[in-house]
Design a binder for this molecule. Structure first.
Ligand code: ADP
Length: 262
């Protein structure tokens, strides 16, 4: 062939290339394993709502139950779970492919948090959970809809894992050149052993938990991806028995109150 041979200058280089090659092969094997696990998780995640839908439709077909409004509501709920999983999968796939398009503009953080609180107010009241916001006047450069998606996921989780009588506090404060948004809850918390896994795809502390809550098991994976796409980081601290605090750290809007040089 007319492909020129790779110029090799010495033993060191060969050793380096060999190392790089081996790393590449190991990474490929790990990737392949992750891909297989992912497909199996997706199948598992879709199976429950699908079999619920089928079960109810079969009962209606057999005349065991009528397709009454209550049943239609149940079917709709399961369809929404399916939709949620598929939407989340698509978001992750787009982000993985590096094709996430962010429409970045200045976003006033306090107003954004107030909107999130308003959107979850009714659910919080129904759950008997106090939902509060306390935020400094700060601005980040962000895709407003994606930021909203991040916050919705964190607040929805907090409301899901806090028992009645508890509270969820959303805050925003400045730390050097970052804005740190925190969603703190008084829920059961997460064990030290589980903590490193919460942002993994499809990871759940309670594997058997029914998907009645509408979560896709992808919420936190999406939170992390979207935050990183904004040049930020997502993290969590938790004290079992006391609660958890999820944080999203985003660079403060350049030129708009960035730290004074020292
Ligand atoms: P989902 O909530 O749909 O299961 P997520 O990716 O949003 O998926 O969360 C993954 C897991 O992390 C949850 O199943 C739960 O075990 C744990 N988790 C998330 N948020 C909290 C929280 N605020 N308090 C306690 N555990 C949480």
């Amino acid at each position: 062939s007319d492909i020129p041979p790779v110029p090799v200058r010495g033993q060191d280089e060969i050793a380096g290339l060999t190392r790089a090659f081996n790393t590449m092969v190991v990474n490929r094997a790990q990737l392949e394993q992750a891909r297989k696990a992912m497909v199996s998780d997706v199948a598992h995640e879709l199976r429950t709502p699908l079999s619920n839908i089928r079960g109810w439709l079969e009962a209606a077909e057999d005349g065991v139950s009528d397709l009454d409004p209550a049943l239609v509501t149940l079917l709709m709920k399961e369809a929404l779970v399916l939709q949620h999983v598929v939407d989340d999968l698509q978001d992750l796939a787009i982000a993985d492919a590096g094709s996430l398009r962010l429409t970045v503009a200045p976003v006033p953080v306090r107003a954004a948090l107030e909107q999130v609180r308003a959107a979850h107010e009714v659910r919080a009241a129904q759950a008997g959970v106090a939902l509060s916001v306390s935020a400094e006047e700060l601005t980040v450069d962000a895709d407003a809809l994606r930021l909203r998606q991040i916050l919705d996921n964190l607040v929805a989780n907090a409301l899901r894992y806090v028992p009645s009588g508890g509270s969820v506090s959303v805050s925003a404060a400045r730390d050097h050149d970052d804005v740190v948004i925190a969603v703190a809850d008084t829920g059961a918390g997460i064990s030290a052993e589980d903590l490193p896994h919460v942002f993994d795809r499809f990871w759940r502390a309670d594997k058997s938990r029914a998907r009645s809550t509408g979560g896709s098991g992808l919420g936190l994976a999406i939170v992390r991806k979207l935050t990183e796409a904004h040049g930020g980081t997502a993290g969590v601290t938790s004290t079992p028995g006391q609660g958890s605090t999820f944080t999203v750290r985003l660079p403060i809007r350049a030129g708009a109150g960035a730290a004074e040089p020292v």
